[in-house]
Design a binder for this molecule. Structure first.
Ligand code: PLP
Length: 429
């Protein structure tokens, strides 16, 4: 058995200092029971906790670390950058360098603003959509998560789904009233909403592959319907690619599906493990942002030179071939996990898109949040702990996504499949 004594002690202390002992709720392991691990360091595909336990990591900081932990070049570039200062509050060449890279990889982003988190990116995109269209209502999908700004904290995925919170106290009724929520992948429902409110809707925001209720891919016809109804009604289509950007595919989910949104939000990989978010899109819309236009957006640390360096150094190292290789590994992993579950007669649904993967203990396929909720949470919690004992670190909730990096080897995929087999055996006893 692995010894977690030091992590347990650290959690007692942090619980006196921070609500739930953590700075972001899903880290708290509340859904699976037990205490969170306190991490000392990471290298490549591995993390090491403060008790000295070693794990193959599939959380990857919840997505950003596509090159794994402490990539040699990223570390060297950051070390060089920090000697020049940490922040100036004035433009740098680094901001344009990262912006040009983003524009080349995601061409629908003709202009953009850098921010410091995914939450800031989606919040700013929503304000821009409302300001541009002079309309207040927005549409989001049940089980999609777009960060923790007020308008978007309604029927959201991720931690809210994990902890069964449909609407956070503190979100003013008036704001929630303007957020219309619809079932994911439901084309009839979105048409109905537009038939009823079409001329009041500023935008539809969607995770083009949902990753905050586990991985739930959108049907192509669903995204096509969104493109069509928004265009017909003068509303904007926002693809929230904070998770799927550089993850679902090198060029993002919009390239995978061949659908061009008006605005896109990015986060996670675009900062390579440092705090970066991006919102951008059509040039005519982006020109409405201050100081070109009247819609306000600002940030003391936006475009921070260290954060830009993290993004540049990471994206510079990415290419299509790496994605093909990662996809192949995840495909094999999913087949191995499904086979292991079958061996122990455990109903399972595995989903993956590019470098994102998850599984549901469910007898039926999963295409929206109601389906995800039918999954066996109690089994997931037991299974999670067994996996941890086997040295596999995955997201501590069925409503989250796991990720691989370029550093995960074929041998580690084999090791992981073997660990899943042993975990099924342990839980099935
Ligand atoms: N949008 C999506 C799709 C996300 O997955 C997340 C975070 O997981 C966010 C927005 C919020 O990003 P951040 O946690 O950086 O604020």
């Amino acid at each position: 058995m692995r010894d977690f004594t030091k992590s347990k002690q650290a959690f007692v202390e942090s619980s006196q200092l921070m609500p739930g002992g953590v700075n972001s709720p899903v880290r708290a392991f509340k859904n699976v029971g037990g205490d969170p691990l306190f991490i000392d360091h990471g290298k490549g595909s591995h993390i090491y906790d403060i008790d000295g336990n070693d794990y193959i990591d599939y959380v990857m900081s919840w997505g950003p670390l596509i090159l794994g932990h402490a990539d040699d070049k990223v570390v060297a570039d950051l070390q060089a950058a920090v000697t020049k200062g940490t922040s100036y509050g004035a433009p740098t060449l680094l901001e344009s360098q990262l912006a040009k890279m983003v524009q080349k990889i995601v061409p629908s982003i003709e202009m953009m603003r850098m921010v410091s988190s995914g939450t800031e990116a989606t919040m700013s995109a929503i304000r821009l959509a409302r300001g541009y269209t002079h309309r207040d209502k927005i549409v989001k999908f049940i089980g999609n998560y777009h960060g923790h700004s007020d308008s978007l904290l309604v029927d959201a995925g991720s931690g809210l789904a994990t902890f069964n919170i449909t609407k956070s106290p503190g979100v003013p009724e008036a704001l929630a009233y303007d957020t219309l929520t619809v079932a994911y992948n439901d084309e009839a429902a979105i048409k109905d909403v537009f038939a009823a409110h079409g001329d009041e809707i500023a935008c539809v925001i969607v995770e083009p592959v949902a990753g905050n209720m586990g991985v739930v891919p959108a049907k192509k016809s669903f995204l096509q319907t969104l493109r069509q109804v928004t265009s017909e009604h003068g509303a904007l289509l926002i693809f929230d690619e904070v998770m799927t950007g550089f993850r679902a595919a090198f060029h993002g989910a919009q390239a995978l599906y061949g659908i061009t949104p008006d605005l896109t939000t990015l986060g996670k990989v675009v900062g390579g493990g440092l705090p970066v978010g991006v919102f951008g899109g059509r040039r005519d819309i982006m020109h409405k942002i201050t100081p070109d236009g009247p819609i306000y957006h600002a940030g003391t640390l936006s475009g921070n030179p260290l954060a830009m360096t993290g993004g540049i150094s990471t994206i510079q190292q990415l290419n299509e071939d790496l994605y093909t290789a990662m996809d192949k590994k995840v495909t094999r992993l999913m087949a191995g996990i499904a086979a292991a579950a079958k061996q122990y007669q455990v109903p399972i649904v595995t989903h993956h898109v590019g470098t994102m993967w998850s599984y549901f203990f469910n007898e039926h396929d999963v295409e929206n949040f109601a389906d995800v909720q039918q999954s066996d949470q109690a089994y997931f919690a037991k299974f999670y702990k067994a996996l941890l004992q086997e040295g596999i670190y995955t997201a501590p909730s069925q409503f989250e996504t796991n990720f691989i990096s370029t550093k995960h080897t074929d041998a580690e995929i084999d090791q992981t499949i073997a660990a899943f087999e042993r975990a099924f055996a342990a839980v099935s006893q």
